[in-house]
Design a protein around this ligand. Sequence first.
Ligand code: PDD
Length: 280
Amino acid sequence: MPNIAFINGKWSPVSSAKISIEDRGFQFGDGVYEVIRTYGKNLFSLNEHLARLQVSAKALEIEMPYPMEMLEKIVLLGCKKSHHKDTLIYIQLTRGVAPRGHAFPKKNRSTLVMTFRPNKPLSDAMRNEGVSVISTEDIRWARCYVKSLNLLPNVMAREAAKRVGAFESLFVRDGKVMEGAGSNVFAVHGQKVTTPPAGTYILSGITREIVLKIGRENGLKMCEADLSLDDFYAADELFLTGTTVEVLPVVRLNDKWTPSKKPGEVTRGLYEAFHKYIGT
Ligand code: PDD
């Protein structure tokens, strides 16, 4: 099945899709993005993702090249054209092509790229046995709610995790755990489930919001509060959330294991409730 790309109105295979070397996304990382997936034919939280794209673009004063309804249509058409069972869609929006110069160009047209590839599920072993994470200093800027193309701190953090056989790095800023390099994070203490508060220092994940909601509906005490690394070490269970990881158990943080060294009941319950919520 083809991996296809949409670039400013033109469709092509991903392998031959091209943008200019003068695109500001390439020159400066001057752009924003979204990652969306389907479950079969159903798009997961499309409107929420497009709304967040709009928030990110507005924060950087990047013009949206199409109205929302049109973006929605392009996403749906791409999914139809690519025929994957579960599709992973990347939307990248940049300030467009212009001769190099840091300040905004006077006249430019934003570049909109979308790619449609198969979504590769995580292994059963990761889901059943849980993953390891490490902590790393949060060297990102102060507008982490913007899903910016500038991902160097995230790239370095993920590489650091990979080098020690861990799945994810958790960013720690001023002694507080913020989120993963590509996921949000939760700590479970008894029946209390806490995640760092939304604000400018984390990307407020769409999966995170859903998990907060379904946790409450399932009688758990869901909280948004600052947590230190020690609070994380003292947790009964830990888990990550995100579009691709869904609800993923964490059994080890740095050199410390969770008490049972196995995915816990609260995490498992939330994973099941999440799938019930999305109808899979
Ligand atoms: N990452 N925090 C960060 C820094 C992220 O990059 C992501 C998503 C999340 C979770 O957000 P959501 O639940 O809306 O997917 C939190 C995507 C999947 C990525 O960059 O590939």
